[in-house]
Design a binder for this molecule. Structure first.
Ligand SMILES: C[S@@+](CC[C@H](N)C(=O)[O-])C[C@H]1O[C@@H](n2cnc3c(N)ncnc32)[C@H](O)[C@@H]1O
Ligand SMILES: [Zn+2]
Length: 276
């Protein structure tokens, strides 16, 4: 087991009975006797009876995301997330490869917990940082996390259940939620069949999260990335459009681009606070 998972264990709860989890002789379990697997790659799977994993990213999507983020193209977004994060412990819901969480924990100290329903993402997140634990769990089910245990929840382009965010946050804790803005990747639309971004996503988010979470500010990230064809290919493969666009049509559309294409990264970083 990785030290990151050991550090995060006190935040976790049994997905069957909500009991506390401890590790004995390499096995994680609760006092009632429910037992959970720690994968050889270091992540823990905590799925309850109704938990789903079919909405998680595929191996190819996660590999493309890691390569794209490693190149630093989303650096300004990570910076805005680090600036918006509050006290620890920090849980990243739908963490993907854990790259934003890694930056927050590294720069702000404390421990982190990456939660994702994709085992391919969880594998990568388990290696993100020595103080980050990685868990496979479903954001649409009750989270396997103790009530009031988390100082900051990050949720970046990923699903969330607002009631669960309120439950797991400490009183006055902070949720940092990132949604795409309408201009996101606007240059690629029309050239490549991408899914559209809702016009009022950040406003609808605020409405959907109330009344349990109170809006506490918003920042916009708006930068132009200069991307090679390979970068654009990864950007498409790592996002939801990949489900709708056959690989041969994607490749043909990417080949038709110039050597370098300017592509807008546009996102809203919304901060909410839990009741004190
Ligand atoms: C667009 S990616 C964003 C990943 C990461 N937050 C980032 O910004 O790099 C969405 C992530 O949500 C995860 N996801 C999808 N459905 C989920 C669910 N029901 N519960 C937890 N994670 C989920 C996917 O596996 C994927 O890693
Ligand atoms: Zn249990």
């Amino acid at each position: 087991m990785t030290s990151g998972l050991d550090g995060a264990l006190p935040l976790l709860a049994c997905p069957v009975c909500a009991g506390e989890l401890t590790r004995r002789a390499g096995v994680v379990g609760c006092p009632t006797g429910h037992r959970f697997d720690v994968a050889r790659q270091g992540y823990l799977t905590l799925l309850g009876a109704g938990s789903r994993t079919d909405t998680g990213d595929t191996a190819d999507m996660v590999a493309a995301r890691q390569e794209f983020l490693d190149a630093g193209h989303f650096g300004p977004l990570t910076e805005a997330i680090v600036a918006a994060a509050g006290a620890g412990p920090v849980l990243d819901l739908g963490a993907g490869t854990g790259q934003h969480l890694r930056a927050v924990v590294d720069r702000r100290g404390g421990i982190g917990l990456a939660v994702d329903t994709s085992k391919y993402a969880a594998r990568r997140a388990a290696r993100a940082h020595p103080r980050v634990g990685s868990v496979v769990a479903d954001a649409w089910s009750r989270l396997p996390v103790r009530s009031g245990a988390v100082g900051t929840v990050l949720n970046v382009f990923a699903p969330r259940d607002p009631a669960e965010l309120v439950r797991i946050l400490t009183p006055g804790g902070r949720a940092v939620i990132v949604t795409p803005a309408p201009e996101h990747q606007v240059e690629l639309r029309g050239r490549i069949e991408l899914l559209a971004v809702d016009e009022d996503k950040a406003d609808r988010l605020a409405a959907a999260l109330g009344p349990g979470l109170t809006p506490a500010g918003r920042t916009s990230v708006h930068v132009v990335m200069r991307l090679s064809r390979s970068d654009v290919d990864r950007l498409i493969r790592m996002g939801p459009s990949t489900y709708h666009l056959p690989a041969d049509r994607r490749r043909a559309a990417v080949q038709a681009l110039d050597d370098l294409t300017d592509v807008t990264l546009a996102a809203t970083v919304s901060v909410f606070t839990a009741p004190s």
